[in-house]
Design a protein around this ligand. Structure first.
Ligand code: T6T
Length: 324
């Protein structure tokens, strides 16, 4: 009996010895839930995530809703949680409304990392508040992005006149922060008046009609900041439809391929490209590092590339245009 017991001990210790090697070999499944599926920003993020997944031998699942809306994103999240992936990367579509749905993932033992947008205040792993449970936040510095946009717009309008922000809707961390940074910087430009923000629900057509309505009320409007891809495309189209190309200056956040034409024709002065592929890549790398027992940074800041007429033809700049 002693021999049997000794063999059992040996077997247990041998399996303990080889267990870590097996853990490293495990094929992890990481889910990426974008803000919406039909947006070049998230399509590009997916490419970066896939590149990292291929390099690490991870199975990447990309599942999202067709519009940027917590009402459609939460059921997608629930479906993903039910499949028990090893980790979830998500761009939450609302700072508050995604807290409880994401806590379900966390309670089920699925590590959560947010990409692009955050929940709560975005300060994670602090032990404070009820939305600090995600392990990490990987994104652009959106307050800084708003400041960059304000400086670019101020420069293109000669530091004076009326402008406004075309934005998505309140409650989205990224676009709220861009507006905050924009207004903070514009407060230093005393010759510039920032009119009331127009919210378009991520609908470019709505952003275009709003531009025309604001222009009708303010014929001395000189500029607009489109705070994300659809806000910017829509505002630019509104400027074109109002026959104000070059007179009403447009600074665009995000860089879909169509921005190239808009820059070349002078409809858009400056586009601020984010680096969504970088966000996706480091999202997967962070999740993998965590799953394989390594500590990860609680926040990773990714870069911007500023595009205008002078540099848009340079391949080192145009490589940051989003995929479609
Ligand atoms: O600007 C990006 C993203 O950063 C934001 O959170 C939502 O809008 C975009 O996806 C662009 O449409």
């Amino acid at each position: 009996r002693k021999i049997v017991a000794a063999l059992a001990v040996l077997a247990v210790s041998a399996s303990a010895l080889i267990a870590p090697a097996h853990a490293e070999d495990k094929k992890y499944t990481i889910a990426l839930i974008p803000g919406l599926t039909t947006d070049g920003f998230y399509i590009t993020m997916r490419k970066g995530a896939q590149a990292a997944a291929d390099a690490l031998g991870v199975n990447l699942v990309f599942q999202g809703a067709p519009d940027f809306n917590p009402v459609t994103q939460v059921p997608v999240l629930d479906a993903v949680i039910a499949k028990k992936p090893d980790a979830i990367l998500i761009a939450p579509t609302d700072k508050v409304q995604l807290v409880e749905p994401l806590r379900k993932a966390n309670d089920a033992g699925i590590p959560v990392i947010t990409v692009d947008t955050f929940i709560g205040t975005g300060a994670y792993q602090t032990g404070a508040g009820d939305a600090d449970f995600p392990l990490a936040y990987i994104a652009s510095d959106n307050v800084l992005g708003g400041e960059i946009a304000a400086r670019a717009l101020a420069k293109s309008i000669g530091d004076k006149g009326k402008v406004y922000v075309s934005n998505v809707k309140p409650g989205i961390s990224t676009t709220d922060q861009r507006e905050e940074g924009f207004k903070k910087e514009m407060a230093k430009h005393t010759g510039i008046t920032v009119l009331e923000t127009q919210f378009n629900d991520d609908d470019a057509n709505k952003a275009a009609s709003q531009l025309q309505a604001v222009f009708a009320r303010n014929p001395d409007l000189v500029g607009v900041f489109g705070a994300n891809l659809f806000s910017a495309l829509g505002a630019a189209n509104g400027v074109k439809q109002a026959g104000q190309t070059g007179t009403v200056k447009v600074v665009a956040f995000d860089a879909p391929t169509s921005i190239v034409d808009n820059i070349n024709t002078g409809l858009v002065d400056v586009a601020i490209a984010q680096h969504p592929a970088e966000i996706g890549y480091y999202g997967v790398v962070s999740a993998y590092a965590h799953l394989t027992g390594h500590s990860i940074p609680v926040s990773i800041g990714t870069g911007f590339t500023i595009m205008d007429k002078s540099n848009i033809a340079d391949p080192n700049i145009s490589k940051y245009l989003y995929s479609e």
